[in-house]
Design a protein around this ligand. Structure first.
Ligand code: PDD
Length: 285
């Protein structure tokens, strides 16, 4: 079956789905995106993704190209046309096509692209966890915007890939961990308190992060939103990461320093279970 993409109002073959060479997304990374998980046909936390999309667009003064309900209809159509049961839905909106001048064009229609591809979701938590390395956070100062400008993120991820690690955790000027190159970073202290960096312009407010904080609190687990250092992370009783595509993954080591004998800890396992239950019982509206 050939894949289908939505590009600027049309459903077309993925193989020939292009945007214009003067699209500002292509030339300036002047756009935003969302990645959502499709679980048994449902778009997990769909409204939270659209809320974040709206906010990202607002922060860049890009108008919403159409109402959220219209984007929802296209999402469902892309999932249907690609026959996705479990998969990833990708949405990108750029400021549109205009002659290459840095300032905003007086008039441009936003480019809207949506794609979907199948994926097998990690319903079972790997008992051994993933390796993480740390690298300097060289990104801009508005990481709360889900911008398509991801050069520092891909450089950081590539550094991890080069040493067969799963993720890079990014370190700010004060030696504190902001987040991963494409995920949020978490630790658990010796009193089973769950710690993740507080929301600010320093990190992306992950949808998985938000949902997990809610699930943890509802289930009697304490979550503290505050920065933590590399050494605190390396000496933590558990460490894990979260994202739409990774769900919850245990961290076995940070820069080669083993966390908890390399075995995924009970709090990570509990949170993973809660998140899977959330996906199983999630209702799209
Ligand atoms: N990345 N931080 C960064 C820098 C991210 O790129 C992501 C997600 C997250 C986690 O956010 P969420 O839980 O909403 O997925 C945190 C996506 C998956 C990506 O770029 O593919």
């Amino acid at each position: 079956m050939s894949r289908i993409a939505f590009v600027n109002g049309k459903y077309i073959s993925h193989a020939t789905a292009y945007v214009h060479v003067e699209d500002r997304g292509y030339q300036f990374a002047d756009g935003v995106y969302e990645v959502s998980a499709v679980w048994k046909g449902k778009i997990i936390d769909e409204n939270l993704h659209f809320q974040r999309l709206k906010r990202s667009l607002q922060e860049l003064s890009i108008s919403m190209p159409m109402p959220i309900n219209a984007l929802k209809i296209i999402s469902r159509e892309i999932i249907r046309r690609n026959r996705i049961t479990d998969g990833i839905l990708y949405l990108q909106i750029s400021r549109g096509v205009a002659p290459r001048e840095h300032e905003f064009p007086k008039q441009s229609d936003q480019s809207v692209v949506m794609t979907a591809r199948p994926i097998d979701w990690p319903e079972d938590l790997k008992s051994t966890g993933e390796e993480v390395i740390t690298v300097d956070d060289i990104r801009w100062k508005r990481r709360d915007i889900k911008s398509i400008s991801l050069l520092p993120n891909i450089l950081a991820k590539q550094k991890a890939a080069a040493v067969n690690a799963y993720e890079s955790w990014l370190i700010d000027e004060e030696g504190l961990i902001t987040e991963g190159s494409s995920s949020n970073a978490w630790i658990v202290d010796d009193q089973n308190r769950i710690i993740t960096r507080d929301l600010s312009e320093n990190i992306l407010g992950g949808v998985t992060r938000l949902t997990l904080i809610r699930l943890a609190s509802e289930n009697g687990l304490e979550v503290i939103e505050r920065p933590f250092s590399i050494s605190e992370a390396k000496n933590a009783s558990e460490a894990f990461l979260t994202s739409t595509t990774s769900f919850i993954k245990g961290v076995r080591s940070i820069d080669g320093k083993t966390i908890r004998n390399g075995a995924v800890g009970p709090i990570t396992a509990k949170l993973h279970k809660l998140y899977i239950q959330h996906c199983q019982t999630f209702e799209t509206n």
